[in-house]
Ligand binder design. Structure first.
Ligand SMILES: [Zn+2]
Length: 234
């Protein structure tokens, strides 16, 4: 197996893309971020303020930040948060670059079961689940692989599920000016299930519908019908 640096650039790029969807590497973050992201996403601002703050939290909960297991925790937490909030630095122009096409297709396009992980802005705890995104083109379509990236761009921030849902829908509405957009997100919020407010396994569902998805019952019904349908082998 060739070492990562020996890979031809286009293969390296593909590897980076796959890594960015599952992983937490600097390279992957670089790949989806613009130049502004570069300075932030890596080890960026190394003034130690975040580390000092995490150390304070460890002390506050009664821990010894100097014991072996916790020694490097402040640094790891800092790094983790830059990764989990990398979406702030994604350049939407780069993300959709060359992936919008003029196509005379006007049926519903649906991408569903898109996994995502986000952080609730109230507790900084994860919420995660799946997104379904649909639109009806008006002469323009976007490459299918870009849709999970759009979800990722907005998920890797401090969020509330309602806003995440809306931002995805509005992004597609602005960029494609389609006849309509529908987004449904189902997610589990750890701040709720871990603290016992809701029963474990409780799922929150949010939706945002624009254009025909809002005004035409038949369109909305077709969308919801697709979401209820499982693939043949499931
Ligand atoms: Zn929360």
């Amino acid at each position: 197996m060739p070492s990562p640096t020996d890979l031809p650039p286009h293969v390296r790029r593909l590897v980076d893309e796959i890594e960015s969807e599952i992983g937490e590497t600097d390279v992957a973050i670089d790949d989806i971020t613009g130049s502004r992201g570069r300075t932030h996403a890596g080890d960026g601002r190394d003034d130690g303020r975040v580390e000092a703050a995490v150390r304070e939290i460890l002390l506050e909960v009664g821990e010894d930040p100097d014991r072996q297991g916790l020694e490097r925790t402040p640094e790891r937490v800092h790094r983790m948060y830059t990764e989990l909030t990398a979406g702030y630095h994604v350049d939407p122009e780069r993300l959709i670059n060359n992936a919008v096409f003029d196509v005379a297709y006007s049926e519903m396009v649906i991408v569903k079961d898109i996994p995502f992980y986000s952080l609730c802005e109230h507790h900084l705890l994860p919420f995660f689940g799946t997104a379904a995104v649909a639109y009806i083109p008006r002469g323009r379509v976007i490459g299918l692989s870009k849709i999970p990236r759009i979800v990722e761009m907005y998920a890797r921030r401090l969020q509330v599920q309602e806003r995440l849902t809306q931002q995805i829908a509005e992004f597609l509405q602005e960029r494609l000016e389609p006849q309509g957009v529908g987004v449904v997100i189902e997610a589990t919020h750890l701040c709720a299930v871990m603290r016992g407010i809701r029963k474990p396994g409780t799922i929150m569902t949010t939706s945002s519908v624009l254009g025909l998805f809002r005004t035409r019952d038949r369109t909305r019904a077709e969308f919801l019908d697709h979401l209820a349908r499982r693939p043949p082998d499931a």
